[in-house]
Ligand binder design. Structure first.
Ligand code: NAP
Length: 488
């Protein structure tokens, strides 16, 4: 039982005695409990963060970066322990949990380097002996709201750039998966010399404390990754408080496989892009549009690849483990049932796997669907599970029309050897990122940004220089350095 939350450098008991039970999705066994913090704890955490911010923000950025680097050392030195917590609470295979920590280290390293790259501008002024200087300043207190699919990676992805740019933080994990980040904060408390109040950490239901994490008068910015519905609520509250919101929301990535593509490579990349993390990634390739001239061969190979995916106890390191919760499993299965009721045909999968070892837990077999049409729910709604609907297309006009026919605009994929098509896609595909002839996976120096209902667009995405600078606000200095007395 983890019974406290972290406020102002101390572990505090929450005002109510409510707790949240955390389950192992591969067995349904109870893993532990965390306290359900509420508005009282948000107010205390935000006040502590605001009090700590003025000193923290005045430290030099490289000095702050050294402390972020110490946090990364903690992640590195406790990689196995943190990975086993991720495996237990998310159901990730061991090597995928270790990969998640490596992503966290990579993104954290970028933020550490960012301590030397918070760049402004110096511009010529209208008058002699004057210049215009544009500086970057921290917003103040940032609320960081993290989803369950990559608890540690997304925690570091938000907290590291927020802190290095001089903000202080109130962070909250998902109620499904609070244990690995809770342990990480315990280790940070023990091993890193962060000033009190710079990092605060609350477990609690988003539906209870989420609103005050945005509306509290001490909060100056919110950075949230999660579903579009919750993102929309947060945007409304942030608008009321007139604070910036950075929202990384749902996706429905299309994958276009053109007739000249290397089909074996496309199949290998796309099956990975669909089933990784048991299909529970916002960048997953969720709908495949394949040219009719190669559709039969592609589909045959893709089905074989889906049937090769191993599924089982995540501690045995199969390709995929269970889904994170009963709710996620039910919504995957419901999506497949609805699709078949609408006329889709299951080529493989379509059910939980059989066997004694799957009697408990939230398992679903990699599933491939054909006879799918563009208007079906399986093509329009996000499906966070290992399900691949395939549609044939005859032209790039049609592929683009179908791909863009979505409320989402996060990730997309193209497989072709035709450079003209690559450039056409860059012009016409309405998604914030496109993977060309490769599988999923953002890089720390890129920029992960959702268009349409996948986020707010603009430059407010994660990673790279834009992801760093979104944690800053601009100040302009108009400087006159004329010496009227002529004494110098
Ligand atoms: P979610 O239900 O929206 O939850 C995300 C976070 O928001 C959790 O910490 C949740 O807390 C919190 N929350 C819930 N209600 C809230 C409220 N009213 N105010 C403030 N915070 C609130 O999403 P999820 O199910 O954890 O994650 C899956 C979704 O995230 C998918 O749609 C996926 O596509 C998206 N995602 C997007 C990206 C990206 O980069 N674009 C990356 C990963 C995931 P509780 O857990 O306590 O409810």
């Amino acid at each position: 039982m983890v019974d406290q939350v972290y406020i102002d450098g101390s572990w505090e008991t929450v005002a109510t005695d409510e707790t949240i039970t955390v389950y192992d999705p591969s067995t349904e066994n109870v893993l532990g409990e965390v306290p359900a913090a509420g508005d009282t704890e948000v107010a205390a955490a935000a006040e502590a963060a605001a009090a700590a911010q003025s000193d923290w923000g005045l430290r030099s950025a490289p000095e702050r970066a050294e402390l972020i680097d110490d946090i990364l050392t903690v992640v590195r030195e406790h990689r196995d322990e943190l990975a086993s917590l991720l495996t237990a609470e998310v159901g990730k295979p061991t090597s995928a949990a270790q990969d998640e920590l490596d992503f966290a280290l990579e993104i954290g390293d970028y933020a550490v380097g960012g301590g030397r790259r918070i760049e402004g501008d110096v511009l010529p002024a209208n008058s002699q002996s004057e210049k215009v200087t544009i500086e970057r300043h921290p917003h103040g207190v940032v609320s960081c709201i993290v989803p369950w699919n990559f608890p540690v990676w997304i925690f570091i992805r938000k907290v590291a750039p927020a802190l290095v740019t001089g903000n202080t933080v109130v962070a909250k994990p998902s109620s499904n998966t609070p244990l690995a980040t809770h342990r990480l904060v315990e280790l940070i408390d023990e091993e890193v010399d962060l000033p009190d109040g710079v990092l605060n950490f609350l477990t609690g239901h988003g539906s209870d404390l989420g609103d005050s994490m945005v509306s509290d008068g001490n909060v100056d910015m919110v950075s949230m990754t999660g579903s579009t519905g919750v993102g929309r609520q947060i945007a409304q509250t942030a608008a009321e408080s007139l604070i910036p919101a950075s929202l990384e929301l749902g996706g429905k990535a299309p994958a276009i496989v053109w007739k000249d593509a290397d089909l074996d490579a496309a199949v290998e990349d796309l099956i990975t892009a669909r089933v990784s993390n048991t299909g529970q990634i916002c960048t997953c390739a969720e709908r495949i549009y394949v040219h009719s001239e190669v559709a039969e061969e592609f589909t045959e190979k893709y089905v074989a690849a889906a049937e090769d995916i191993t599924i089982g106890d995540p501690r045995d390191d199969p390709d995929i483990g269970p889904q994170v919760s009963e709710g996620e499993l039910e919504s995957t299965h419901q999506a497949v049932e609805t699709a078949t009721a609408e006329g889709a045909r299951v080529l493989t999968g379509g059910n939980p796997p059989e066997g004694e070892e799957f009697e408990n837990g939230y398992w679903y077999t990699p599933t491939v669907l054909t006879d799918v049409t563009q208007d079906m729910e399986i093509i329009q709604e996000e499906v966070f599970g290992p399900v691949s609907p395939i549609i044939e297309i005859d032209s790039m006009d049609q592929a683009l029309e179908y791909a863009n026919d979505s409320e989402y605009g996060l990730s997309s994929y193209l497989f072709t050897n035709n450079y003209r098509l690559v450039n056409r896609i860059a012009d016409e595909l309405e998604f914030g990122e496109t993977y060309i002839n490769r599988t999923l996976g953002e890089e720390a120096q890129g920029h992960h940004i959702g268009w349409n209902n996948s986020g707010l667009g603009g430059n407010d995405g994660e990673d790279g220089k834009y992801g760093l600078l979104k944690y800053t606000k601009i100040k302009t200095l108009y400087q006159n350095y004329e010496d009227p007395a002529g004494t110098q």
